[in-house]
Design a protein around this ligand. Sequence first.
Ligand SMILES: Nc1ncnc2c1ncn2[C@@H]1O[C@H](COP(=O)(O)OP(=O)(O)O)[C@@H](O)[C@H]1O
Ligand SMILES: [Mg+2]
Length: 265
Amino acid sequence: MTQAQVAQGQQPLLAVRDVSVVFGGIVALNGVTFDMKKGQILGLIGPNGAGKTTLFNCLSRLYQPSKGEILMEGESILTRQPQKIAEIGIGRTFQNVALFPRLTVRDNIRIGGHCRTKSDVVSDALKLPWVRTEERRLNEKVDEILSYLELHDVADREVAGLPFGTQKRVELGRALAAEPKILLLDEPAGGLNHEEVYVLGDLICRIRDQRHITVLLVEHHMGLVMKIADHVVALNFGKKLAEGTPSQVQSDPDVIKAYLGSKDQ
Ligand SMILES: Nc1ncnc2c1ncn2[C@@H]1O[C@H](COP(=O)(O)OP(=O)(O)O)[C@@H](O)[C@H]1O
Ligand SMILES: [Mg+2]
């Protein structure tokens, strides 16, 4: 192995470097730096208004940082067009489900897979042989995801009438269809009951272990983060307060004061 290959092996999958975001006069993020390693489940925690969603939106290119850099496998993502983010391997779900409510579960998931296809309106209309092959592959992929997420029974139902927990799984399916290297989840446990949170935690671990996807988990539900994250970054008032293993962060006095302590007040 060459020196360069060794260095490549050590390179973080995602590097957040001194990222700041200012909205008008409000400093939502203030010089945040951390690394995500391949195969990690990284938990991003912090009280309301800490800057979690702002950071999440920088990673998915919805917001442009005022300062700093975000590198994916050593290359800046900030020069990429926001609509190309799925192509470089970053997938996301939304804090509040964002699906096409009048489309079926199957079609919502299919849409996620389109960033991996090459066909356009013209080649589609001409039904060229390679377009048919591509379509068949996409259908197979959607079927595999429907089984993986146990959504087969509702595959042809409109999303609008489905329970919230099911809709969240559909959103996850849409993100998986894009075959991401990194999956960004913004408060996936929000609105779920105890049993559903347990099942979700198990599913996130399986997605990492079986599909080899690195996960950034923004979560208010401390129990879930502490149970499944390998590494935790805690934010408060837009700054990184602490980082380390779940138990290190959980016992950090600043974190207890800012976040865990607030539960007792
Ligand atoms: N689009 C925006 N415009 C103005 N201020 C914003 C915007 N988004 C977030 N903020 C502010 O930035 C800070 C961080 O918010 P946010 O990232 O949503 O925190 P969290 O997700 O940790 O609850 C808050 O003070 C919030 O009011
Ligand atoms: Mg948020």
